[in-house]
Design a protein around this ligand. Structure first.
Ligand code: ZN
Length: 322
C-alpha cells in the first residue's frame, strides 16, 4: 500500500509526498471530484504513509503498516454510516477518539468519506476539532460536492480536486479485471471518460453489459417491440441505469457521426464497428445532431424529472426517431 501504488494523479501524489518528506503536514485535507475518481483510494494510501513512523510508502513491515493493511490500525479512524447523511453523533464519537494519543506512530488519521453528507450540525461540531487539533491529528475528507461544505470548514482544509485519468492510466487500472476481448476493453476505457471507477463498474456489473447489448440491438432494429419492452423493463426496475442508458445511446449516435464524417477509427464503441456502420448508413448527420442535443438535455434534466415512466417513454422514442 501507500502513495507509490497510485496510478495517475501524478501532480497530486508528488505534492502529498512532499508534505510528508518536508515534515510540513497540515491538519486537514480534502479530495474532491466525481464519483469513481479514486478519492477514497488516494485518501487511504495517503493515510497509510502518514501513519508509518518510518516514513515508508510501501514494502514496510512495521506494526503500523501491517495493521493498516489488515484494517485494524488503532491510529486510523473512519467515520462510517449506512444512512444518507452523517450526523453530529458520529462526529462526537470521532472527537472522543481524537483525545487519545497515537498508539504506534506520531500521527492519527481521521477519514470522513462522503464528507459532503455531513449535516450542518455535524460540520459545526467538526469545526471545533479543525480549529484546535492536537498536533498528531490529521483529518481527511472526501467529497463529490466540496462546495457544499461550510466555508468555515473549507477555509481550514487543503482541497485537491482529482484530475481525469488518461486512457493509458485507466487501462492500467482496469487491466487486472479485464475480459480477454481487447476490443471491449477499449470501449470501457473510452466510455468511462477519464473516470476509472466508471470503467471498473461497467466491467464488474453484467447488468451494464446487458443494457448495452439490448440498446445497441434496439438501435439496429428500432421497431422491434420485444426488444423495446426488455429495455423498458430494465429501466423501470433500475432507475440508476437511466443515465447510463442515455450515455450508451449518445455514444452510438456520436460514433455514427464519426462514421459519416470519415473518422471511423475514433469510435467509442470500437468493438461494434460493423454494427455502428450499419446504423449510421440509415441516418443523416442533421438528425443525429438533433437527437444528440435532445439526449444531452434529457441527461441534464434527469435529476429533476418527476415522472420517471414518461422519461423512459421519451428515451425509447428518441431511439426510434433517427
Ligand atoms: Zn511502516
Amino acid at each position: 500500500m501507500g502513495l507509490n501504488k497510485i496510478i495517475g494523479q501524478k501532480t497530486l501524489v508528488s505534492q502529498l509526498k512532499k508534505f510528508l518528506s518536508d515534515g510540513k503536514l497540515g491538519h486537514a485535507y480534502a479530495f474532491s471530484g466525481p464519483e469513481g475518481m479514486g478519492k477514497r483510494t488516494v485518501a487511504l494510501e495517503f493515510a497509510h504513509d502518514i501513519l508509518c513512523p518510518f516514513g515508508k510508502s510501501d514494502g514496510c513491515g512495521c506494526v503500523s503498516c501491517r495493521t493498516f493493511a489488515e484494517g485494524t490500525n488503532p491510529d486510523f479512524y473512519e467515520v462510517i454510516t449506512d444512512k444518507s447523511s452523517i450526523g453530529v453523533d458520529l462526529i462526537r464519537a470521532l472527537q472522543e477518539h481524537v483525545s487519545n494519543r497515537p498508539a504506534y506512530g506520531y500521527k492519527k488519521v481521521y477519514f470522513i468519506d462522503g464528507a459532503d453528507m455531513m449535516t450542518v450540525q455535524a460540520q459545526n461540531c467538526l469545526l471545533k476539532t479543525l480549529e484546535e487539533p492536537p498536533e498528531y491529528a490529521v483529518i481527511i475528507l472526501s467529497a463529490v460536492n466540496y462546495d457544499a461544505l461550510l466555508p468555515t470548514i473549507r477555509s481550514r482544509t487543503v482541497n485537491f480536486r482529482l484530475e481525469p485519468y488518461s486512457e493509458g492510466e485507466i487501462r492500467r487500472i482496469i487491466m487486472p479485471l479485464a475480459p480477454k476481448n481487447a476490443n471491449e476493453l477499449d470501449f470501457y476505457i473510452n466510455f468511462s471518460r477519464g473516470i476509472p471507477g466508471k470503467a471498473v463498474r461497467m466491467l464488474e456489473e453484467s447488468s451494464f453489459r446487458e443494457l448495452r447489448h439490448l440498446i445497441i440491438g434496439l438501435l439496429q432494429k428500432p421497431t422491434d417491440f420485444s426488444q423495446t419492452e426488455k429495455v423498458r423493463k430494465i429501466l423501470t426496475d433500475n432507475k440508476g441505469d437511466f443515465p447510463e442508458a442515455i450515455g450508451i445511446i449518445m455514444s452510438v449516435y456520436r460514433d455514427c457521426l464519426m462514421v459519416l464524417t470519415g473518422m471511423e477509427n475514433r469510435l467509442i464503441n470500437s468493438d461494434k464497428k460493423d454494427i455502428i456502420k450499419g446504423i449510421a448508413s440509415a441516418c443523416s448527420k442533421r438528425k443525429l445532431m438533433d437527437r444528440l442535443s435532445a439526449l444531452e438535455n434529457m441527461q441534464r434534466n434527469f435529476r429533476y424529472n418527476i415522472n420517471y415512466q414518461l422519461g423512459i417513454d421519451i428515451l425509447l422514442l428518441e431511439i426510434q426517431e433517427v
